[in-house]
Write a protein that binds this ligand. Structure first.
Ligand SMILES: CC(C)(COP(=O)(O)OP(=O)(O)OC[C@H]1O[C@@H](n2cnc3c(N)ncnc32)[C@H](O[C@H]2O[C@H](COP(=O)(O)OP(=O)(O)OP(=O)(O)O)[C@@H](O)[C@H]2O)[C@@H]1O)[C@@H](O)C(=O)NCCC(=O)NCCS
Ligand SMILES: Nc1ncnc2[nH]cnc12
Length: 318
């Protein structure tokens, strides 16, 4: 696995955002800055073009009910909820990790309602709400406890919060109610819950190192994000691909990504053309790697986290 290059900022060398409640700091500026960061990550993800089967600036991928504008409206509507997760996390820092999900779920469900209201009922960011709900609540807890806040610490805290989720929600008896539950029964895919329970292992050990290495090599942001996305496509067991194309659809997508990586990935001379051809192939099969899109935004957020804590929120581009 590629090595980690993520910068690590400890409370002692961080900017004002990381001075925790012990120094009398309020959580609101931190919550606002992190909500801006996540909205920025969601917008970077949707704008990244081309992305096979997904909504981007080239087309709406395998989707007929949403476009870039739908994602922009959805991301903006989620901003208050994202800040709410950080505030919640800070407020419940003394609780044991196993008590956190129950407290975060109402905020997550309110986010889902805000998303559906903003998009006219379209599911743009359900997976993102879940992933960022955990991530932001984890950051709030670490901050309030005066602990280091970096990618590793946040992923570890997410793993503690999500411990046992697959067993509790996917292994229980009764009729499966969601695509995720059905796919677990049929194929053992653990989807968004499994990724959370692993502490975002696919992001932490696959996408983030690739993203940070590409940036360290001087690649522009979109090329680095594209490189990370290809690794996610190759390694993530995305239940969205399986829900739409069956286990064969998931296998098709992963094998295609592996072939592209073997051909040099973003370094291949005809990389953009290959990716556009893959976009067309995904659309022909109605495939959409929505889970990997979510994880790309998680990777960008984890990468930028130390910088935001040190320097303040990203410049608003929306
Ligand atoms: C835990 C929940 C997320 C439960 O959801 P479900 O049982 O459905 O579980 P999953 O199948 O695992 O996936 C849910 C969404 O997560 C994304 N995802 C898929 N695979 C992965 C993965 N390996 N790692 C991480 N994330 C993954 C994915 O979301 C994206 O795709 C969605 C768009 O797809 P589309 O095909 O258009 O969707 P549909 O409308 O369903 O289908 P069509 O009709 O169009 O064909 C979009 O949402 C992306 O974000 C999966 O869809 C969760 O719902 C839950 O518990 N919620 C409660 C509230 C809450 O969030 N609480 C959290 C507090 S921290
Ligand atoms: N760009 C995108 N297109 C389709 N589904 C998505 N889910 C998250 N991001 C997406």
């Amino acid at each position: 696995m590629p090595g980690r290059l993520a910068p690590s900022i400890r409370p002692r060398d961080a900017g004002p955002l990381l001075r925790g409640p012990h120094s009398g700091a309020a959580v609101a500026p931190l919550a606002a800055a992190l909500a801006d960061l996540v909205v920025d990550a969601l917008l970077r993800e949707v704008m990244l073009t081309p992305k096979p089967g997904l909504v981007d600036r080239r087309n709406t991928g395998s989707h007929r009910d949403m476009d870039v504008a739908t994602f922009e409206a959805s991301a903006a509507a989620l901003r208050p909820g994202f800040a709410g997760f950080v505030t919640l996390g800070a407020g419940i820092a003394p609780l044991p990790p196993e008590a956190v999900l129950e407290c975060a779920r109402p905020v997550g469900l309110a986010c889902e309602r805000a998303m559906l209201a903003a998009t006219g009922g379209v599911n743009t960011h359900k997976g993102s709400i879940f992933a960022f709900g955990l991530l932001l609540t984890a950051v709030g807890r670490l901050w309030a406890a005066g602990l280091p806040v970096d990618a590793d610490a946040v992923c570890d805290e997410v793993a503690r919060i999500a411990a046992g989720l697959v067993a509790r929600e996917l292994r229980r008896p009764g009729e499966p109610r969601t695509a995720g539950e059905r796919l677990f029964r049929r194929h053992g895919l653990t989807g968004a819950r499994g990724e959370a329970e692993s502490g975002f292992a696919t992001v932490r050990y696959r996408a983030l190192p690739v993203l940070e290495r590409a940036l360290a090599e001087g690649r522009d942001t979109d090329t680095a994000l594209a490189a990370a996305f290809l690794h996610l496509l190759a390694h993530n067991a995305d239940t969205n691909l399986a829900a739409r194309g069956g286990i064969g659809g998931l296998g098709f997508a992963r094998a295609a990504a592996v072939r592209l990586l073997q051909a040099g990935g973003v370094d291949a001379a005809d990389y953009a053309a290959r990716l556009c051809a893959l976009d067309d192939a995904f659309i022909a099969r109605n495939l959409s790697p929505g889970g990997s899109a979510d994880l790309l935004a998680v990777a960008w957020t984890l990468h930028r986290l130390p910088f935001v804590l040190r320097d303040g929120p990203p410049a608003r581009t929306w």
